[in-house]
Each structure stands twice: as structure tokens, then as C-alpha cells.
Design a protein around this ligand. Structure first.
Ligand code: ASP
Length: 330
């Protein structure tokens, strides 16, 4: 007899919990209306070797998620993973900021048990909704022994992505999730197939624990364009402890913004030079003399996830060398 995995499915809202007036409403619908129990009735989970338990933690679109929401999810998942009778957790989540929550969990959960974050681009009420299959696949991945030790995963559209790399890269298509180096594997007929491992440190190999984190420091993102005014940078830097500068191209900084950013550093703000391109590496001391200006370089992380990493890093250290190492290690 196959032993069944005990999986908890947490509902937080999003399109996967959405409902439209008609089956033709693939884009116009209400988000975050179905409870997780209702969503689970749409999938044939009896065919999977799992015992399921559902709980509703939140019921809101992920565009509303603050740092407090991240901490609440992290703390609840930590508590569940610490229980001997739980083998894995699935979080049904809005897709807008799924990459941030998943990366936060990837860096702060102290467990090898599988954690899968899943969303959908079409609500369960729409024609050809991706909600039931994505959820079914997520449960199958969380229940499978090959997912142990992989960190937090995002499952969508038959693919298994590492939380470190995945980004939402399309506003409406079902093929919305992309990892720059490709997915870790696929799910077919309820069975995950992996072809690679996450290369960077996560979960047990990080210094951060969602269970004990008190609060997260304010880190903001500035999106660069040629006409960006110093006053805008100054206003954002005034409230932040860290600033991700999503520069043009390879993290270029316009000549008139160099002093405002250097002034932010003089006031104690940690500035990370990143790229708004959504792909590629920003090399330290490449387009700008980062070390001379006491700026950090993001390596390959996108601004939304660099914000998560810098918040966590700032809970541990303010030392520039330590902070730069963080961007190269996680
Ligand atoms: N706005 C929704 C959310 O992120 C979109 C979705 O779930 O696809 O919660």
C-alpha cells in the first residue's frame, strides 16, 4: 500500500480563488471570493496519494500583500512544517506577487519538507481555467519525495520553478511564469520529474527564520528612466533603509542621479544597483564604481526579489562586504 502524504493547503486569495459572471470571462472577474474548501472541490485529489487539510489564512489579492502579510504566511507555514504529522504545504496565492512570497519562504523556512506556492491566470469559473490543474499539480509536487530539500517551489502550467528564479512575465497568458535558466522540472499526470536542483543557498542554509523574524526594514524600488527627477529619488530614499535602483540596461545610473543616490548612502540608506530589463547580471564596479560610492550590485536578481533579499540581509548586517556577499550567495 502506498503511504499517503499529509498536505496542508492554505488559501490566501487571488485569481485561483476568483469567480467570473460567465465562462467566457477569462480576464474580467472578481478575485479572492472562493474559499479554499470550495476550490479543492474542483480537483480530483482522490487520485493522489495524499491526505488533505485546508485552511484559509487570508482572502485578498497578492497586490495587497505588505511585509506583514509575508511574515504572517511565513510564521504559519513554519509552525505547520514543524509538526511531525505534516509532510508538506501548498499555498494558493495570487499570481501578481507570487514570486516575492515564494522567495521570502525559500529564504526563511527552516525545513526540507516541500512547500509549493501556486496560483492561476484564469479563475476556476473560466473556460480552460488553469486553476484546477495547477492546484492538482502543486499538491502532487508537495506530496512527492523527490521535492524534499528543493526549497520553495512555484508550480504553474505543467512546470516546477524554483522560488529563487521564477518571475511573472505576462499579464494575462497562461504561460506567464518564467525562470531565466528554465524550470527545475515538469509535472505530468500527477508526477513531478526534476532535471536540476537550485544552485543557490536556501531554507536550512540561510541565517533567516520566518518563525523568529520580528519585522522587516523598509526597502523601496526606484524604476529608472531618463527623465527621472532627483526629487523623486530623494522622496523615496527619505523613508527607506534600503533602495533597489532598477537602472536602465546593465544598471546604468543617469549622471544627474549619481549625487542623489550617493547622498542617500551618506544618510545611511543601502543602495543596490539593479536592472529594469528583468534579465541578466549587473556586475559590481561595471557600469558604475560601486565600491567607491558604497553601492551594492544585485548580481542577477530582479528588483522585486532583490527587495526581499535586501530586507532580510538588513536584519542581519549593515556591513557592505557582508551585504554584497548576500547578493552573490542567495
Ligand atoms: N491580482 C491577482 C493577485 O495577484 C491576480 C492573480 O491572482 O492572478 O492576487
Amino acid at each position: 500500500m502506498i503511504e499517503k502524504a499529509n498536505i496542508v493547503v492554505i488559501g490566501t486569495g487571488g485569481t485561483i480563488a476568483g469567480q467570473g459572471k460567465a465562462a467566457s470571462n477569462t480576464s474580467a472577474y472578481m478575485c479572492s471570493v472562493l474559499g479554499i474548501d470550495d476550490i479543492l472541490t474542483t480537483i480530483p485529489h482522490a487520485s493522489l496519494p495524499v491526505n488533505l487539510r485546508a485552511e484559509q489564512l487570508l482572502q485578498t489579492g497578492s497586490e495587497n500583500f505588505t511585509n506583514e502579510h509575508l511574515l504572517a504566511i511565513g510564521k504559519r507555514v513554519s509552525t505547520l512544517l514543524a509538526q511531525d504529522d505534516i509532510d508538506g504545504v501548498v499555498i494558493a496565492h495570487g499570481t501578481d506577487t507570487i514570486e516575492e512570497t515564494a522567495y521570502f519562504l525559500h529564504l526563511t523556512l527552516k525545513s526540507r519538507k516541500p512547500v509549493v506556492v501556486v496560483g492561476s491566470m484564469r479563475p476556476p469559473s473560466a473556460m480552460s481555467s488553469d486553476a484546477p490543474l495547477n492546484l492538482y499539480d502543486a499538491i502532487a509536487v508537495a506530496a512527492h519525495p523527490s521535492s524534499i530539500g528543493m526549497g520553495t517551489l512555484v508550480v504553474a502550467n505543467d512546470e516546477i520553478h524554483t522560488a529563487r528564479d521564477v518571475v511573472k512575465s505576462n499579464s494575462f497568458k497562461i504561460e506567464a511564469f518564467r525562470s531565466p535558466y528554465g524550470p527545475l522540472g515538469y509535472v505530468i499526470d500527477g508526477r513531478p520529474r526534476y532535471y536540476r536542483h537550485p544552485a543557490r543557498a536556501h531554507t536550512l542554509a540561510t541565517p533567516w527564520s520566518a518563525g523568529t523574524l520580528g519585522s522587516l526594514p523598509a526597502v523601496d524600488i526606484v524604476y529608472a528612466y531618463g527623465a527621472l527627477e532627483p526629487a523623486t529619488v530623494n522622496a523615496i530614499a527619505a523613508r527607506a533603509q534600503g533602495l533597489i535602483f532598477a537602472g536602465t540596461g546593465n544598471g546604468s545610473v543617469a549622471a544627474h542621479l549619481i549625487e542623489p543616490l550617493r547622498n542617500a548612502v551618506r544618510r545611511g540608506v543601502h543602495v543596490v544597483r539593479a536592472s529594469r530589463t528583468g534579465n541578466g547580471i549587473v556586475v559590481q564596479n561595471g557600469a558604475q564604481p560601486d565600491e567607491a560610492y558604497s553601492w551594492l550590485a544585485v548580481d542577477d536578481q530582479v528588483p522585486s526579489k532583490a527587495r526581499i533579499l535586501l530586507m532580510l540581509a538588513l536584519t542581519q548586517s549593515r556591513d557592505l562586504q557582508v551585504l554584497q556577499t548576500v547578493f552573490e550567495r542567495y
